[in-house]
Design a protein around this ligand. Structure first.
Ligand SMILES: [Zn+2]
Length: 89
């Protein structure tokens, strides 16, 4: 479940916590699980990364970048995915 969110005003990062590890094999470690890069038809690039501490999901980082000049739009509430790249880490 989400226990907090970043207040930087740029990203849409949620901090997560859970009673038990989702992946007990990763106990005692910390690091990124993977990254997803999404290209939206509205000309946004959206990066999502997921990381874990001690086998528990810890942070879901999401940042949308406006790729259309003058690069100052906010990501609309609804958008259409054009493609994605998934990188396990
Ligand atoms: Zn932030």
């Amino acid at each position: 479940m989400a226990v907090g969110e970043c207040d930087c005003g740029e990203c849409q990062t949620a901090y997560l916590d859970s009673a038990a590890p989702q992946n007990p094999k990763l106990r005692g470690s910390r690091g990124y699980i993977g990254r997803i890069e999404i290209r939206a038809a509205e000309d946004f690039g959206i990066t999502v990364t997921l990381d874990q501490i001690d086998g528990k999901l810890y942070e879901l980082y999401a940042l949308a970048l406006d790729l259309r000049p003058p690069f100052n739009r906010q990501l609309p509430e609804r958008w259409t995915e054009k493609g994605r790249t998934i990188t396990p880490m």
